[in-house]
Design a binder for this molecule. Structure first.
Ligand code: ALA
Length: 496
């Protein structure tokens, strides 16, 4: 049996109308943009921005944002073409199955676990940082002891070792249970959170702008050197490598616009709604991010963001307190609450994306049937959601935020590269396919997308390349041990 068996597009589309009977179609273009922004603005902006400034690029993290946005826009144009011509759940996985065959589809499906499940864990860990802030500033209790809100691989500057990140585990559990109740309810809550989240970002930009200290922005691009943190981890800092590393790190902040495409089966009129959802949410966020990063790095010096007891955790609230007058304590308090709610919406969309990708892979026989078994009343793949909860929970509880954050970025960048390649291939193999949205200047745009994402992968450094490699190697073993034998397409082929 060939590793390169492809699903035919007509079969895919037929499957899709078949599945209308199971998943409910409730989302419009507007709710998709909201779903996109809900997934996009989160830990990338409120946690990873300060980390990228501290570890990689200083104020030139804004240039990292521009590079990351550029890569995302190119990949976004490719996603939009694919999602408008193959409007089916499963995102990059489905597109790859139709264009590059089963083995590549498996690789991408496996890789998407990094984006969605590991991404959800990253945001859960970031949520835990802001929960501490909430407890101290708003409730007035002490912070959660270091060992119970950090991974065993983290040590505080005074030598306390983490054991388990309980708040991160808590939030991913609650949200998995909510998801089991159904998308429609989740989308409604999501819409409210999106409004609050955007309002907070705009407020910080407008109110913080007047307190930017120009000396913190000089030099804007620091000289190329290295920086070693208190745990002994060394980063390329400053210069081009610093900016590439920052771009790879803050790329996390853009992840999610593609999650929109995983909800195609639940969308009314997906052919037009999908491109609007994907590109619309990306455009709004890009503008906000660049302005926000400029303000954030202007409110406090670099050393402040490097110190875990100052701005190294819950960085945005810490920077407001550091750089703005005490009369703005209302702002830092509202930001804390908004971030807790906002991060929850991001986790929700990521868990949704993961469960839909698993749903589709399971229908194809590449993973066990339990992932596509729908709840009789809620019509959600509830058993799959529970398994995902365990997976995400392990990452959230035991792995440091920096590590899962970078794993998410590199896995997603790799998926984006394959999506760009898929557009070129599909134009050749299925030129007649109706495309409501066409990526302009093919193959120039997809090739540029591959190069931009490749540059960011390069900037993330060899430890992360190694992690991606090991992850994919585990995936290979599972494919040859299980998926290949159970593939629905493979079985059909054998019979025929
Ligand atoms: N873009 C999402 C975030 O920043 C994943 O949290």
């Amino acid at each position: 049996m060939s590793l390169f068996l492809k699903k035919s597009i007509s079969e895919l589309l037929a499957d899709s109308s078949e599945s209308e009977k199971s998943l409910k179609r409730t989302l419009s273009a507007g709710s998709l943009v909201a779903l996109g922004i809900g997934a996009i603005i989160g830990a990338g902006l409120f946690v990873r921005t300060a980390a990228a400034a501290a570890q990689n690029a200083g104020p030139s993290v804004t240039i990292g944002f521009i590079l990351a946005a550029f890569g995302c826009a190119l990949a976004g144009l490719c996603y939009a073409e694919l999602s408008s011509s193959i409007p089916i759940s499963g995102s990059a996985y489905t597109y790859t199955y139709a264009t590059m065959g089963e083995f590549m589809a498996w690789i991408i499906g496996w890789d998407l676990i990094l984006e969605y499940a590991v991404g959800a864990a990253t945001v859960g860990i970031a949520w835990s940082e802001y929960l501490n802030n909430f407890l101290v500033e708003i409730i007035g209790t002490g912070p959660i002891p270091y060992e119970w809100c950090h991974s065993p691989f983290q040590t505080s500057p005074d030598g306390v070792s983490g054991i388990l990140n309980i708040p991160a585990l808590f939030i991913v559990s609650i949200l998995s249970l909510l998801l089991i109740r159904g998308t429609q309810e989740s989308a409604f809550v999501n819409n409210i959170i999106v409004i609050v989240k955007v309002a907070i970002v705009v407020m910080i930009i407008i109110l913080g702008w007047g307190y930017i200290n120009p000396s913190y922005h000089t030099p804007y691009i620091p000289e190329a050197t290295t920086y070693t943190d208190h745990q002994g981890i060394t980063y390329n800092f400053g210069g081009i490598m610093g900016i590439l590393g920052a771009a790879g790190t803050v790329f996390f902040a853009f992840i999610g616009f593609d999650a929109v495409s995983t909800a195609a089966q639940e969308t009314k009129n997906p052919k037009t709604a999908m491109p609007i959802g994907i590109l619309g949410s990306l455009a709004v966020c890009t503008v906000l991010y660049i302005l926000f990063a400029h303000v954030l790095t202007g409110l406090a010096p670099l050393e402040f963001f490097r110190d875990p007891t100052k701005g190294g955790e819950a960085s945005v609230v810490a920077a407001i307190k550091e750089g703005m007058p005490a009369t703005y304590s209302w702002l830092s308090k509202s930001v804390t609450v908004a971030i807790l709610a906002g991060f929850s919406s991001v986790i929700l969309v990521m868990l949704l994306g993961q469960s839909r990708v698993f749903y589709t892979m399971s229908k194809d026989g590449l993973i066990p049937p339990v992932f596509s078994k729908l709840h009789p009343k809620f019509k959600t793949p509830y058993k799959g959601n529970l398994v995902i909860l365990v997976l995400v929970g392990v990452f959230a509880a035991f792995v440091p935020g920096d590590v899962v954050g970078h794993m998410t970025s590199i896995g997603t960048l790799f998926a984006f590269m394959l999506v760009c390649a898929a557009v070129i291939i599909l134009r050749k193999t299925n030129p007649e396919l109706p495309r409501e949205f066409k990526t302009p200047w093919v193959p120039f745009i997809p090739i540029l997308g591959i190069l931009a994402c490749g540059a960011m992968i390069f900037g993330l450094g060899w430890e992360n390349w190694l992690r991606l490699f090991v992850w994919l190697a585990i995936g290979f073993v599972i494919y040859f041990a299980y998926s290949r034998k159970h593939s629905v397409l493979g079985k059909k082929e054998n019979k025929g």
